[in-house]
Design a binder for this molecule. Structure first.
Ligand SMILES: [Zn+2]
Ligand SMILES: [Zn+2]
Length: 333
């Protein structure tokens, strides 16, 4: 099969992914073989390809927002049929037995495997996946639009859930307005939250206001009121500190990125009065299932920009430097 292979992390400008012929994997007894039709391109892929996340497997096929059809089923697989449309998220496998899994924190499992990082992912024509960690894609969702929901949507939803605002309501600040924030603006509005968006580009401010933000402005500006919670989607510590500065007493900042520049200085008074900071790590099956239901119920749809499989280097460059707000998706078949 054809795949985009990473042999050694390097800046995307040097085209580190190689369009290669590799052996089609065969499913183990609890695995399915998936013929991939779409694979979303996520900022985490960029961090993996460029080496900000230390490599755990090389060579590697990246990609963890995979949509495709089941074409082969291992002998112990239950409840998955040949031909079914499924999605594979970042969480490829969790043990189900460690103390994190037993507490419902399978995203923190000691033995977790991650798609397109510790195992091969979806920048390819086929992949294998464990049958208990794939997700049936509802017929209401198009394949193209479903791909970004597997990570930008599901992990975005986990950050939204961890703000605590889904129980209490209130004012949410979104810092950084890219693909994930754009999806979470739609989701938060549909779930009844008031949303302020912080971004430096004038055209993004306009876009956010058109899409339901109650207020939008630069990160340095003062919003109309303090924030009950904030989600930071920029891997930049100064933005995180700005978010803390705008937080009301008892509020929480959720950091949605897997990587952030070092925090050079943090004054205690920004944290005092019971302000909290929480990071989001990975995703659970519950996050994916709940978010797919919400997306169907409320018609949440990403804007999508497509590239072919062999253009994955270009897709990553577009993600790194591009001006588009859309989710980037590789069209594979
Ligand atoms: Zn575990
Ligand atoms: Zn991702």
């Amino acid at each position: 099969m054809k795949a985009m292979l990473l042999r050694k992390p390097a800046p995307v400008e040097t085209n580190p992914l190689e369009y290669a012929d590799v052996e089609t994997p065969s499913p183990g007894s609890e695995e399915v073989l998936i013929k991939i039709s779409k694979c979303g391109v996520c900022r985490t892929d960029l961090h993996i390809v460029e080496g900000e996340l230390p490599p755990v497997k090389l060579p590697l096929i990246p990609g963890h927002q995979v949509i495709g059809r089941v074409v082969e089923v291992g002998r112990n697989v239950e409840g998955v049929r040949h031909g079914e449309l499924v999605g594979v998220p970042w969480l490829y496998y969790a043990c189900g037995e460690c103390r994190y899994c037993r507490r419902g924190l399978e995203n923190l499992c000691d033995h977790a495997l991650f798609t397109g990082y510790s195992v091969n992912g979806g920048y390819a024509e086929y992949m294998v996946a464990h049958y208990r960690f794939i997700h049936k894609i509802p017929g209401e969702l198009g394949e193209l639009e479903a791909a970004p929901l597997m990570c930008a949507g599901a992990v975005g939803y986990r950050s939204l859930r961890l703000t605590g605002l889904l129980e209490t309501g209130g004012v949410l600040g979104l810092f950084g307005y890219g693909a994930a924030a754009h999806l979470m603006l739609q989701t938060a509005r549909k779930l009844g939250l008031r949303v302020y968006v912080f971004t430096s580009s004038p055209w993004k401010i306009e876009h956010a206001l058109k899409n339901g933000a109650e207020w939008a402005g630069a990160t340095s500006e003062e919003p109309p009121s303090k924030l009950d919670a904030a989600i930071v989607y920029a891997p930049v510590s100064q933005v995180f500190v700005e978010a803390l500065r705008k937080l009301d007493k008892g509020g929480r900042v959720v950091l949605g990125e897997i990587y952030m520049t070092p925090v050079e200085r943090l004054e205690y008074r920004l944290l005092w009065e019971e302000r909290e900071v929480k990071t989001v790590a990975n995703v659970t099956r519950r996050d994916v299932v709940e978010f797919l239901q919400i997306a169907v119920k409320h018609g949440i749809k990403p804007e999508v920009k497509t590239f072919r499989l062999e253009q994955a280097n270009e897709a990553l460059k577009e993600l790194k430097h591009g001006r588009s707000l859309g989710q980037i998706v590789l069209e594979i078949s």
